[in-house]
Structures are given as C-alpha cells and as structure tokens.
Design a protein around this ligand. Structure first.
Ligand code: URA
Length: 215
C-alpha cells in the first residue's frame, strides 16, 4: 500500500475518492477495475423485471473523467438496439444542445440514464426499477466525479431530487445530487415535441455553463 493509500485508509476514505486528476500509474488500475466491475455488474443485472425484455443494457458513454455528467431517463428502442444512450432523434438534438455550449459527446462529457434497461413500449420507469438501478448510477457518479450534473427531463430531475415538483419550478437553480451540483433542463425528446421550450432549454444551458465556470 502506498503512502496516500495508508493516509486515506486512516481517514476511512476509499481510494476511489482521490482519483480526479490523478494520472500516476499506480492509481489508474484501481479506477479502471472499478469501471470493469461496474460494467460487468450492469450487463449481467437481473435485479428487476426489465432484464427479461431488454436486448442489452445501456451503461453510459463518454469521458470517464468528465466535468459534465448528463443524466436522462431510460433507454428507448434505438438505445436498446445499439447499447449507447441518446443515439436516436433525441440524441441528435442533445448533441446539438451540447455543441451550442461548446461541448461534444465524449469530450469532458459523460452521458448516462437513471435506468440501464429499456422499459417495454417506452412506458414510464416504475419505482421498483428505479430503486434497483440507482446504485449503478451512484457508482457511475462516484467514478466520474463530475463537477456538474445536468438532469434531462422531468423523470430524471424528479427521481434524482426525490421530488414531484415540476421542471418549471426546478429550473434556474443549483440543486445537489450525491453531493454534486445539479441543474435541471428539459428532455430533448420533449423539446422535439414542444419547440417553444427550446429557448428555455437554451437559458438552462447558459446557466449551466456559467455555473460550471464558477465551480
Ligand atoms: N431518452 C433517455 O432518457 N435516454 C436515452 O438514452 C434515450 C432517450
């Protein structure tokens, strides 16, 4: 055990908590192993009934050391087929939203969903499914250690913030989830159906960018 590990162990801290920005060769395998274990756990997960109807799990994608973490609801049909989040029409809009604030999928951005399996027929996730899947999301957050989370849509926002408040009332403020600052905006699929709210989403992104600059 290295000196830092000894100090962390004495403080009762897991090595996982000191990985942001660490580039030393002794530390890399540990974080890598955590990712490997987590990906394996998710791909083999049978904790709720969704494993029976999924084509595959949709783990998450992007820069595993990103400052930005975007969290959506659950995979849809395209995501279930291809295995990555936000790869359908909503995903293309999400990429454009990211570009509007100078970001690109995979570059300082990590994208995940609350649920890792597609609810059949794109029905709403059930509370039991969310409860079973949340530990996976929490571990992803712990590993990425983002500076800011952007919750995409009502479902992600209400789930992460344990509230039934509307998106309208949650926007424009900095909340916290798992200790990380969190900002709420509309889901890109909703924006595809409700064009006038695109301007509000733009405000949210500008607010998020300003908040990130202040962190
Ligand atoms: N909607 C989501 O919330 N997540 C996806 O991955 C795709 C669509």
């Amino acid at each position: 055990m290295g000196r830092r590990e000894v100090i962390l162990a004495e403080m009762g801290l897991s090595p996982i908590w000191r990985l942001r920005g660490c580039r030393s060769t002794e530390e890399k395998p540990s974080k890598k192993n955590h990712w490997v274990e987590l990906k394996r756990a998710v791909s083999g997960c049978t904790a709720c009934g969704l494993h029976k109807t999924r084509t595959q799990t949709v783990f998450g994608v992007g820069d595993e050391n990103a400052d930005w973490m975007l969290i959506g609801e659950a995979p849809g049909a395209e995501e279930d087929r291809l295995g990555d989040p936000f790869v359908g029409q909503a995903g293309r809009l999400l990429d454009n939203m990211l570009a509007a604030i100078g970001l690109r999928r995979g570059e300082n951005v990590y994208i995940a969903n609350v649920l890792k399996c597609r609810p059949p027929g794109n029905r709403n996730p059930q509370p039991e499914e969310v409860a079973k899947c949340t530990p996976h999301l929490l571990q992803q957050i712990e590993l990425v250690r983002p500076k800011l989370i952007l919750a995409l849509g009502r479902f992600a926002a209400q789930t992460l913030l344990s509230t039934d408040a509307s998106i309208a009332s949650l926007r424009g403020r900095v909340h916290r989830y798992a200790g990380v600052p969190l900002i709420v905006t509309y889901h890109p699929a909703y924006l595809l159906r409700t064009l006038p709210d695109k301007a509000k989403a733009w405000e949210d992104l500008v607010f998020a960018r300003k908040t990130m600059a202040s962190l």
